[in-house]
Design a protein around this ligand. Structure first.
Ligand code: GCU
Length: 657
């Protein structure tokens, strides 16, 4: 079982460092925990099993302090909230102890996983003094899993939930729950936003009960995606109009029934009037009317509704603007238990986009961010693309909405506008493949998503290194190589796929390079390229931002190079801040990027023999394919731009004129 990725980063091999092993064995002899189920019981069980394995000796659970070396697990109400925890040394009943104190059960569980991380990554507990709390109230996984087991934009097999086999649960379900809890995620939406109404049919609710109970034990609330036309599909009504009394009644009754089956359900997620999904617009109502319909029915049960802002008309010209134009006028009209869920950027999870202008535009509305962990546009399960640096860029984006320092991170946490609800959702990359993510290194994205949801201020390097140590061990060389591969990979992917912010140079599979499929996005002609989104001459998008961001984006001379062609149409000879012309940059970045992938492949190969054979070989095979694909991207994009511009590459003689 250690020879594959089936346990993700929850691997607990014997601590290899002898000195640390002695220290841990001295200080962590047994776990003291009250007799309880729920997250506190899960925490005690995880500590006992994991430490038994890590320390190579039995670490039992006891009810009270009874001899040297207790690891005490307890809860105490804290100003830092129920999900907070501390890890400290102290005395309990006169005995020196390591003490995990959670603000409540969930906090204790997160504290237990923190302690295990320290042991997994070989950190001494000598000066243990940790105080942690999550920055985001909602830290959710979003699964785009369908009832038939297929996964929309999933690249690692079929659904992890095994809907057909429910209510039966397997070991995989527990590993799933433990993995989410270990990085501090506290909720999961288990079905696709393109929602099948059958998910809330009575027989399905019955099937979901044991899953909800399992998740509950790991502090994870279950949520469901709703189909807005459910009153028609399931209820036989002739309308889904949110103002219709029969429709309101139907939802009130249905949601009461759902809560009877799953009393602690977190709530609902809705994609409406987007890409063919039903919604309130067809009835002349607004998105707020639609959201409030569900919100009102869920409120008596303590439920929430997350309403997606992802609306567009499949037309490049308006795509960046539609969500802002639709939702901005609705600010303040959403119920208190409704949250607008906004994708990180205005388009659709492209390799790089500016942060969505709705962040900072809805001061009177709860807002959360949606990120994509599954690599729909970032190489799927073939290219290594570690997205933590991308996510940090958007978390750190300063909207200036309330003066400088109004970052996206601050807004979605609820702090900027004093809102209780907020947070982040990540579209998951897990499937039923043995190793969960097909590309072994893609599990670093799952882990990194959760760690950033907990604290967006963590350093990318620390997160990557932590995952590497947990997943592959603490060998210095291995850690350095893998961490380096992860950290550079997004920039490398940008280099060979995304000339200066141009998106959608891709086929409908969202994988194969194809700049000729949607020329509207890059607008390359004989003179120049890029999408003019300025106020002065373009589609007006830059005007959605607060100053000085709007000025920086609007003015060609201030516009950051990396977003130049996302925001402006410029001649090929336009000089970048780097001094290069746009066209030369396109050539250089694509050649340099593809060459870097070759070096990445070689660096992985050097790890042969240091990593168990199967995981090494699986990943080596991924890197071979990654390299081929990078070359294909390089030649497709560079070739396309040469054909469009007829400007020769100054540095290479690869073109035959
Ligand atoms: C993307 C993706 C779709 C998905 C949609 C969404 O467009 O390609 O598969 O349904 O986003 O987020 O709703």
């Amino acid at each position: 079982p250690d020879e594959d990725g089936s346990r993700l980063w929850l691997r607990y091999p014997l601590v290899a460092d002898r000195r640390l092993l002695d220290e841990y064995r001295r200080d962590l002899r047994y776990v003291v925990a009250p007799d309880t189920d729920g997250p506190l019981g899960s925490a005690a069980g995880e500590l006992s099993r994991a430490l038994t394995s890590l320390l190579g000796r039995d670490v039992p659970i006891r009810r009270k302090v009874d001899g040297a070396g207790p690891l005490v697990l307890r809860t105490a109400a804290s100003d830092a909230g129920p999900e907070s925890y501390t890890l400290r040394r102290g005395r309990v009943d006169g005995t020196a102890a390591v003490i995990i104190t959670g603000g409540a059960d969930r906090g204790a569980l997160y504290g237990a996983f923190h302690l295990l991380r320290l042991v997994q990554t070989h950190v001494t507990l000598d000066r243990l003094d940790v105080a942690e709390r999550p920055r985001n109230p909602l830290r959710l996984a979003n699964h785009w899993d369908n009832l038939d087991g297929s996964v929309e934009r999933g690249y690692a097999g079929r659904s992890v939930f095994g809907f057909a086999e429910l209510p039966e649960l397997t070991e995989r379900h527990s590993t799933y729950a433990r993995a989410l809890a270990s990085v501090g995620l506290n909720g999961t939406v288990i079905n696709n936003v393109n929602a099948n109404a059958q998910f809330i049919a009575p027989e399905m609710l019955f099937k979901l009960q044991p899953l909800a109970a399992l998740l509950r034990g790991w502090g994870i609330s279950l949520y469901l995606s709703l189909n807005f036309a459910s009153p028609m599909i399931l209820g036989g009504l002739t309308t889904a109009d949110p103002f219709d009394a029969g429709v309101k009644d139907w939802w009130r009754t249905k949601i009461t029934e759902i809560y009877r089956a799953i009393p602690d359900l977190g709530g609902f997620l809705v994609k409406a009037d987007s890409e063919g999904q039903p919604g309130p617009i067809s009835y002349g109502r607004t998105h707020a009317d639609g959201a409030n319909l569900i919100a009102e029915a869920a409120a008596p049960h303590g439920g929430i509704v997350m309403w997606r802002a992802f609306v567009h008309d499949f037309n490049a010209l308006e795509w960046s603007n539609k969500a802002y134009e639709t939702f901005k006028p609705l600010d303040g009209k959403f119920a208190d238990n409704a949250i607008v869920q906004i994708k990180n950027g205005p388009i659709d999870f492209q390799v790089r986009e500016p942060a969505h202008p709705l962040f900072g535009a809805l001061p009177n509305t709860n807002a959360m961010m949606e990120l994509q962990v599954t690599q729909e546009y970032t190489g799927q399960s073939t290219h290594l693309c570690y997205l933590v640096p991308q996510w940090q860029e958007v978390y750190g984006f300063d909207t200036h909405a309330e003066g400088s320092g109004t970052t996206v991170a601050k807004i979605i946490s609820g702090r900027t506008y004093g809102r209780e609800l907020g947070g982040v959702a990540g579209v998951m990359n897990l499937g039923d493949d043995t190793d969960w993510t097909r590309h072994q290194l893609a599990a670093a994205n799952t882990h990194g998503y959760g760690r950033l949801a907990w604290n967006p201020g963590l350093k990318a390097r620390d997160i990557a290194e932590e995952w590497t140590r947990q997943t592959f061990g603490n060998d210095q060389r291995e850690v350095a190589v893998i961490t380096g591969l992860l950290l550079g990979s997004w920039q490398t992917y940008l280099d060979y796929t995304n000339p200066l912010g141009v998106s959608f140079l891709i086929k409908g599979d969202h994988f194969t390079p194809s700049p000729q499929t949607n020329t509207g996005w890059h607008q390359a002609d004989a003179e120049g390229t890029g999408f003019d989104r300025t106020v002065a001459t373009g589609n007006g998008f830059t005007g959605f931002y607060h100053r000085p961001v709007s000025d920086r984006f609007e003015n060609l001379s201030d516009c950051p190079d990396e977003l130049l062609l996302f925001l402006h149409h410029v001649p090929y000879g336009h000089r970048l801040k780097s001094g290069k012309t746009v066209i030369q940059h396109v050539y250089d970045s694509h050649f340099d990027g593809a060459a870097e992938v070759g070096r990445m492949r070689d660096r992985w190969r050097e790890l042969r023999g240091r990593i168990d054979a199967k995981r090494w070989a699986d990943t080596a095979e991924r890197f071979d394919r990654h390299r081929e694909q990078a070359i294909l991207w390089r030649d497709t994009i560079a070739g396309y731009y040469f054909a469009a511009s007829r400007v020769l590459d100054e540095r290479r003689s690869w073109v035959q004129v």
